[in-house]
Design a protein around this ligand. Structure first.
Ligand SMILES: Nc1ncnc2c1ncn2[C@@H]1O[C@H](COP(=O)(O)OP(=O)(O)OP(=O)(O)O)[C@@H](O)[C@H]1O
Length: 736
């Protein structure tokens, strides 16, 4: 079933009453619920665009109406969906998403939209009863339903609610249930669980007995959330806030868990209109980037790409759109004003693509109770999950994979190097055979899906007494070292016949191993490397190009504008923006080239010159970061790309005759556009490799012949490369 998207158009605020309204809700048939958003074509006001959603709620919709209507029969009645989802579309007194939640389905509700369009109002709402938003209403429903179940089963079934609440601020995760002074600057790490979910390690969890408990905790926690006044919203959320409500239903020896996640995303901002200062601009860049990645994920899922860029931002990792197996509802918040015209169009485009994402909804299975995880009962207690090293979580598989591997060699810890994979594949876990009959089969609740091809993931039900597989950081390091040594040794053996390695191979090898291990360790322990935004600008350009090809000029314009801070003053880019603005009839401030780039981009900003239609950059200062990474003197005078000084053994390019076997080998790897091969080059992390592949793909779209890199000089001139990078890759091949 696809992600459901509903749109909500907010009313005009007092200060906006005289403003021009251009967005309206409409129905497919007169008298029926609205399911269409209409907005004029910015190029031709006489024309209107229509965007259809599962439900559209107009300016007059109250908080209660939105909450009760969401999932109500209207959008699905009489459609094929009604046979897939009969329980949901039958109008009941309980809220539609609560029932599947109690049946074991995970539920995610998130609000999406431009700043000031009413996301926080929709999710949190005001303190008055009538103003309460989706979150307090959801909790109220959870407690009410939980109590009813306990009453109906005369206590045989107990229902326990625990909460965690956190924000993603500047791509760092902070626990909102903890006071801000307890925060560490790097925030909390993310961890991929065996069932494919991404969770936050070290997050506190609170048991919550009733609505009063919840409200107290929620109000306090919201005070910890970062908000600030911007020109567009007096209380603008500067972070994405995620509330996770875990429901544990226990009947005898069986336990069923399900989770409701309610997410209030920060809104995208057009900084030409915000007058943001430096701090706000930095926040804004982080917000815009994560939302941009979200739209990229949505696009990639829609295209059926193998690689979905979830890992590019923490928000998308957590949201896992299209990956999570529950029910997802996106609430698209819209402001009806003309001043939001292009932003609204862009949000509508993203959301209508999100609507097409197919999710295979699977309820969580019942598991057997073991030692109680935390204290039960009502009242507010805090239980902190133990912090596990990220590396452990990523590199250990339990279950069948582990069992098989262990059977082969029980002395070796089981491993699966998936540090950079987007998703940990769910593994089938052996369940205890005893008392299987006690486990109710859930097949009757399982919804049919068109895409049932993968094995059903199950919750881990560990037989009592079974030792969990854990691997220490030291073991992982040893494993990594062993693996890298093996690979290098294999390469050496393969090349022996053609080119005997230089004499001090062993020393070089251990140096190389050490360098790679150090880099790997730094990456595993700190996610800061992800902030490397040196090619973010390029990504925006790629996205702009894709939008342009699809004829989505408004979205293309937005992406070009987002690229601009990374390439300030680029005449061609400015020209493109201006041309698109003229074509779209957008008036207003000139494009944003006087603004600072986001801080991380600024730090590493390269002097790049746009040379072809969309981007071909000359990189005059590509070595700064590499120098820092390898300890090379950062204070070295800047050298131009062409005149870069190279160590004696690195002299191999087209100026010294035909390419050597190593140059050819390096270029062959690059021209393969194969991510795995390119990542195998020394100095190429996942991000750099991906950027290179993206760039070559883009070049191939323009001109297949032009996508081939024929020399090291040409390679050095590519975005994100630079002399030092090419040199290291080249040297890496020499050592192997
Ligand atoms: N449906 C609504 N009814 C009445 N007022 C609303 C409604 N939606 C939004 N508002 C008001 O509009 C203003 C902006 O709303 P809100 O802060 O929820 O926007 P937002 O999308 O969360 O913005 P940001 O992304 O900057 O946090 C607030 O004053 C809010 O009270």
């Amino acid at each position: 079933m696809s992600v459901r998207v509903v749109a909500r158009i907010r009313p005009l605020l007092e200060k906006e009453l005289d403003k021009d309204v251009i967005v309206r809700a409409d129905g497919v048939e007169p008298g029926k619920h609205s399911t269409v958003v209409k907005i004029p074509n910015p190029k031709n006001e006489a024309e209107e665009f229509s965007f259809a959603f599962n439900g559209v709620y107009d300016q007059a919709t109250s908080q209660e109406a939105l909450f009760t209507a969401e999932g109500s029969p209207a959008p699905f009645h009489g459609t094929a969906l009604s046979s897939f989802f009969p329980r949901l579309i039958t109008r009941r007194s309980v809220q539609p998403l609560l029932k599947p939640l109690f049946q074991g389905y995970d539920v995610t509700i998130f609000a999406y939209g431009v700043t000031g369009t009413g996301k926080t109002h929709t999710m949190r709402g005001g303190l008055k009863l009538a103003d309460r938003g989706v979150i307090p209403r959801l909790l109220s429903g959870v407690f009410r339903r939980g109590k009813k179940i306990m009453k109906d089963t005369e206590g045989d079934t107990t229902v326990r609610v625990t909460l965690s609440y956190y924000e993603i601020y500047n791509d760092k995760v902070y626990d909102l249930l903890e006071p801000p002074e307890k925060r560490t600057p790097s925030g909390l790490p993310l961890r991929a669980e065996a069932n494919g979910r991404t969770v936050v390690a070290g997050l506190s969890e609170r048991a919550c007995g009733d609505l009063k408990d919840f409200e107290k905790m929620y109000i306090e926690a919201n005070n910890n959330r970062v908000t600030a006044a911007t020109k567009l919203n007096a209380h603008s959320s500067r972070s994405h806030a995620i509330l996770r409500v875990k429901l544990t239903q226990t009947t005898g020896a069986t336990v069923r868990e399900s989770t409701a996640s309610a997410i209030d995303l920060a809104g995208s901002e057009d900084n030409r209109r915000t007058d943001n200062d430096k701090e706000r601009l930095v926040e804004s860049a982080a917000i815009n980037k994560s939302l941009f990645v979200l739209s990229q994920c949505i696009d990639a899922i829609g295209r059926g790409d193998k690689r979905i860029p979830y890992r590019e931002s923490k928000m998308t990792r957590i949201l896992s759109l299209g990956q999570n197996k529950g029910i997802t509802v996106m609430i698209l918040n819209l402001a009806p004003l003309r001043s939001y015209h292009l932003d609204t169009l862009s949000s509508l485009n993203v959301s209508s693509r999100a609507k097409r994402i197919e999710v295979r909804e699977i309820e969580n299975e019942v598991v057997f109770k073991q030692v109680p995880r935390t204290n039960s009962g009502s009242g507010t207690t805090t239980a902190r999950q133990p912090l596990r090293p990220l590396a452990n979580a990523h590199n250990v598989h339990s279950g069948n994979v582990a069992a098989k591997a262990a059977a082969v060699d029980s002395s070796k810890p089981v491993k699966a190097f998936s540090v950079y994979t987007d998703k940990v594949k769910p593994s089938a876990i052996a369940r205890p055979t005893v008392a299987t009959s006690l486990v109710p089969r859930r097949s009757s609740h399982k919804r049919p899906s068109d895409h049932e091809v993968v094995a059903r993931p199950t919750k881990i039900a560990k037989p009592a007494g079974e030792e969990s597989v854990t691997v220490s950081a030291a073991q992982i390091e040893a494993m990594v070292e062993k693996k890298v040594s093996e690979i290098l040794a294999a390469r050496t053996a393969a090349e022996k016949a053609n080119a005997p390695p230089p004499a001090p191979v062993q020393a070089d090898l251990s140096d190389a191993v050490q360098r790679r291990l150090d880099a790997l360790e730094r990456r595993i322990e700190s996610e800061d490397w992800r902030e490397d935004s040196k090619s973010d600008g390029l990504r925006y350009l790629l996205a702009a190009r894709q939008h342009k090809e699809r004829g989505e000029e408004a979205a293309a314009l937005k992406a070009y504008e987002m690229a601009l801070p990374y390439f300030p003053g680029q005449a061609k880019l400015l020209g493109k923006i201006e041309r698109l603005r003229v074509r779209l009839g957008v008036s207003g401030a000139p494009a944003l080239d006087h603004r600072s780039p986001p801080n991380s981009a600024k730090k590493r900003q390269r002097r790049r010159v746009l040379a072809d239609d969309d981007g071909d950059y000359h990189d005059a200062d590509a070595d700064v970061e590499e120098g820092a990474l390898t300890g090379a003197a950062k204070s070295k005078p800047r050298r131009s790309r062409v005149a870069s000084s190279k160590p004696a053994m690195y002299h191999d390019d087209e100026h010294s005759g035909p390419p050597s076997p190593r140059t050819s080998q390096l270029l062959e790897v690059v021209n393969s556009r194969d991510l795995t091969q390119i990542r195998g080059l020394v100095g190429f992390g996942a991000k750099r490799a991906r950027d290179l592949v993206d760039y070559l793909e883009l070049a191939a779209m323009e001109d297949e012949a032009g996508a081939r890199i024929e020399s090291l000089t040409q390679l050095r001139a590519l975005p994100g490369m630079g002399g030092r990078t090419v040199e290291r890759a080249y040297e890496g091949l020499m050592m192997a």
